[in-house]
Design a protein around this ligand. Structure first.
Ligand code: SF4
Length: 91
């Protein structure tokens, strides 16, 4: 999930930093996304706090965007648990 704050909309209530402090901080009178937030949002507990922060933001300044895994090209290895190498003939 990609998280961003539109500074033009934010009016500095600091609610996001209180609801999800692992992801948001309050700096210079605005809510900001912490640099390490991308990794933190992978935690379901933190993700839930971010969703709530976005929902409760009084100025609707928080934008959330789901990131999708890029689709693998035919024959490309994905590294996933079900992966098999299709370039080698069975023995
Ligand atoms: S909750 Fe919304 S308005 Fe308040 S600081 Fe965060 S982004 Fe800005």
């Amino acid at each position: 999930m990609e998280v961003s704050v539109d500074r033009a909309l934010c009016y500095g209530s600091a609610e996001c930093a209180h609801r999800a402090p692992d992801v948001f901080a309050f700096e210079d009178g605005y809510g900001v996304v912490r640099p390490a937030a991308v990794r933190a949002v992978g935690d379901p507990r933190i993700r839930e706090a971010v969703l709530e922060a976005a929902e409760k933001c009084p100025s609707q300044a928080i934008a959330l965007r789901e990131l999708r895994e890029p689709a693998a090209a035919p024959g490309e290895r994905t590294g996933g648990p079900g992966e098999r190498d299709v370039t080698r003939a069975p023995e």
